[in-house]
Design a protein around this ligand. Structure first.
Ligand code: KE4
Length: 429
């Protein structure tokens, strides 16, 4: 095997010649935190190894999929076994049916689903379905929520869009953007106002039930229940975007945790165990409107491909078999508690929002409850903290507006090492 001895800087220089910004997804560029990206050679458990041999405790977790940790032995064996039997056929396989049956058993509101290849495809397809079945065109989203780079949803979007200051991306036709109404997360009045104005024109309301793309922002008491009622009263399709929360916050995702059932759910990340996958699902009367059983067209060459279904089935089997959610809660709680203690001791203005194994440390002295309060954070302070942690072998997501992810592979000692690094980093910044 040709051994690549190039450093991260060498690779970044070369990549920028042939890939926009040198990366295949903007948040990987480290633009938001300064410096240049670290190129990864391999990963195992909760650790990642860069091309120069440096080792980091990883809280990116591929932005969510790696809930079991990197290169989990059983998942890798399942994928390896499938590799020898072929990677894609363009014809149906039994594994697609098995994975769909597992999802329907785990996610309370899902009776039927379609597999796709990314979270973006899932939300794009769910939106088209909602518009197709209602005959309406407008959609409601929330400022700071990110649902992939779907044209209609790149309006006041979170994650990389806000990190790079393009929450409303060029290239999205104004006529299309004008069909997207933007409400304020945790503010039911802001939704009521839009519905009062456009009620019978609104096809769908899409929300991250726990926002993860402005940093972690939990739903306020009654918020999700309020959205459910508004949608019921106005014939609006309620879409929970659980691409990040699905299978992570509970077996059945946020809808199980908070007990509020959407009409459609979008999924991804954990569902593929790190192999590209997405899915959208819901009640049969909606999903049967999807081609070929219904008129709403949706398709994909690699949808439900054997590698993704092999990884997904094994991942979900392991999530169902283990007490991982209890372990995640213990270690994530220890991380939160330790960060609070150390940030307070260093007199750092901070807030921490956490739901299960999704956590964000905000550099601010104001509670973060929506996009406006999230944007008040001191992103320069976050950048300094990020670098100080990186230098001490801890890889945080390179943006203030992201969730950290704890995995089942993060043990007590990794949390302790992280907190030791944080103690010194708080002093340094
Ligand atoms: P993908 O198309 O990136 O697979 O999924 C889009 C998506 C949809 N919905 C939610 C709630 C999401 O969080 C995402 C993608 N999340 C970001 C991280 N915040 C992906 C990281 C990236 O863009 O590189």
């Amino acid at each position: 095997m040709k051994y690549d001895i190039r450093t991260s800087m060498d690779l970044f220089r070369a990549s920028r010649e042939v890939i926009p910004g040198g990366v295949n997804s903007p948040v990987r560029s480290f633009n938001a935190v300064g410096g240049s990206p670290v190129y990864i050679a391999k990963a195992k458990g909760c650790q990642i190894f860069d091309v120069e041999g440096k080792i980091y405790i990883d809280y990116i977790g591929s932005w969510g999929p790696m809930i079991l940790g990197h290169a989990n032995g059983e998942v890798m064996s399942a994928v390896a076994e499938q590799l020898h039997n072929g990677t894609s056929f363009g014809l149906p396989t039994g594994a697609e049916c098995t994975l769909a049956e597992m999802v329907c058993e785990m996610v309370p509101s899902v009776e039927m689903l379609r597999l796709v290849n990314s979270g973006t495809e899932a939300t794009m397809s769910a939106l088209r379905l909602a518009r197709g079945v209602t005959g309406r065109e407008r959609v409601i989203k929330f400022a700071g929520c990110y649902h992939g780079h779907v044209d209609a949803l790149l309006v006041e979007a979170g994650s990389g869009a806000v990190t790079f200051g393009v929450p409303n991306s060029p290239g999205v036709p104004e006529r299309l953007a004008n069909l997207t109404e933007v409400a304020r997360f945790n503010d039911l009045d802001s939704v009521e106002k839009i519905v009062d104005e456009y009620s019978d024109e609104i096809a769908a309301l899409i929300v991250e039930p726990v926002a993860g793309n402005m940093g972690v922002v939990p739903p306020a008491e009654g918020f999700l229940e309020g959205l459910r009622k508004i949608c019921d009263d106005n014939g609006i399709i309620l879409i929970f975007d659980e691409v990040m929360t699905g299978f992570r916050l509970a077996r059945g995702g946020a809808q199980e945790l908070f007990g509020v059932m959407p009409d459609l759910t979008t999924m991804g990340k954990v569902l593929g165990g790190g192999v590209p996958v997405g899915a959208f699902g819901g009640k049969k009367d909606l999903m049967t409107q999807i081609s070929p059983s219904g008129p709403v067209y949706q398709a994909g060459t690699l949808s439900g491909n054997p590698l993704a279904t092999a990884a997904g089935i094994k991942t979900l089997q392991m999530l169902n078999a283990s007490g991982i959610y209890e372990t995640l809660e213990v270690h994530s709680g220890e991380l939160e508690k330790g960060l609070r203690e150390r940030a307070s001791a260093a007199n750092i203005p901070y807030r921490i929002n956490r739901v299960g194994s999704m956590i964000t440390l905000f550099f601010t002295d104001e509670d973060v409850v929506d996009f406006d309060t999230a944007k008040k954070c001191d992103t320069d302070a976050f950048g300094r903290f990020f670098s100080a942690m990186l230098n001490r072998g801890v890889m945080l997501p390179p943006s203030q507006f992201e969730s950290w992810f704890v995995s089942g592979a993060h043990a007590e000692m990794h949390v302790r090492k992280t907190l030791d690094a944080a103690e010194r980093a708080f002093e340094e910044i």
